[in-house]
Design a protein around this ligand. Structure first.
Ligand code: ING
Length: 331
């Protein structure tokens, strides 16, 4: 029996450095309304969807491990509450329309108000009644910690965000089992597998992916290929839907990949954005299609061999054979 969820992927074009939250939220509401008109239950927004991709600038005067100096501009890109004064209208409109959404944003939190702040690259999941039912904080934080002036633009995510230790939870929402990941997380097979092992049926992934990769420009021409490669593999290998949503286009002179896509448990792309700007794509996702993969080829219970995968969690970096040999003893 099919179990349909109508899903929208709300790709965003660029957001300027000085663009006001209120203006961005109007763009999000417009896409949400397009989603409602198209019969969507859920609309997926990108990573850091409320502001420009600020990790491209060095915005304080601290050293590699310490943010210090004037952090006024940096702090202006983070949300201290969700919903907050500028985002409440998005929640209200979602509730009015009966359309849920996921939204990526920079989270600044001060637990217990003892003066220690934490910064996360966060995504929340909001149900059709406007309530927050899930939260995910980005696990794999790419880029670098220190200002690297040789680059045409920075990728200071490792300066501005902490790595989350909360992993990849799934949520019973939208009449299914759903999860989230953020941008660089999508390149790692563990991301999908950890959710696959919790029976995930739909994974929402927002991304900001510059087309120019300074550490190895030979990868530039493959940005679109790698984007779809990893998400299609993750979908197929875990029998899940994957919704990949870009903030694309040329933002403050830096071009980012668009090509948002909705991917079936078969690994096939069923909808893909054709512009590099604000664009809603939709698909009618049969969550029961997942079973065709989860109960056959990828019947984890029957076929997985976790006892021979111990290295996956026991070690971090690769150890080549030569590196483990000491005085002829293999340790
Ligand atoms: N972006 C990255 C991604 O994995 C990255 C990492 C950094 C790509 C620099 C290219 C260049 O697509 C995010 N936002 O994680």
């Amino acid at each position: 029996m099919p179990r349909y969820l109508n899903v929208g992927a709300a790709q965003l074009g660029p957001i300027a450095r000085d663009e006001q939250r209120a203006t961005v939220v109007l763009r999000l509401i417009d896409l949400l309304q397009q989603g409602a008109a198209a019969g969507c239950d859920l609309v997926v927004f990108p990573e850091l969807a409320l502001t420009t991709f600020f990790p491209r600038w060095y915005l304080d005067e601290g050293d590699a491990s310490n943010i210090s100096g004037d952090t006024t501009e940096l702090d202006s890109y983070y949300e201290r509450s969700m919903p907050g004064p500028e985002t409440q209208s998005l929640f209200d409109e979602a509730k009015r329309l009966g359309v849920g959404f996921s939204l990526g944003y920079a989270e600044l939190t001060e637990p217990d108000n003892v003066g220690v702040v934490h910064r996360f690259n966060t995504t929340i999941l909001v149900e059709r009644d406007g309530t927050i039912v899930g939260r995910f904080r980005k696990v794999h934080i790419p880029g670098h910690e220190a200002h690297e002036p040789w680059r045409q633009f920075q990728h200071l995510e490792r300066r501005y965000f902490e790595e989350s230790n909360e992993g990849f939870p799934v949520f019973e929402a939208f009449d299914g089992v759903v999860g989230m990941a953020t941008c660089n997380d999508r390149r790692w097979p563990e991301t999908y597998r950890v959710m696959g092992l919790q029976g995930v049926e739909l994974v929402m992934i927002g991304y900001n992916t510059p087309m120019f990769y300074a550490p190895d420009p030979t990868q530039n021409a493959l940005a679109g290929f790698h984007n779809h490669l990893v998400m299609q593999a993750g979908a197929y290998q875990n029998g899940t839907w994957v919704v990949g949503v870009a903030k694309g286009g040329i933002e403050e002179g830096v071009e980012s990949l668009a090509q948002s896509a909705i991917i079936a448990p078969s690994g096939q792309i069923v909808a893909q954005a054709v512009t590099i700007g604000d664009e809603l794509i939709t698909a009618r996702c049969d969550l029961d299609w997942c079973k065709q993969y989860k109960e056959t080829l990828f019947d984890f219970e029957r076929y997985r061999r976790p006892e021979v995968y111990a290295r996956i969690t026991a070690q971090k970096g690769a150890t080549a054979p030569g590196a483990t040999k000491q005085d002829g003893v293999i340790s």
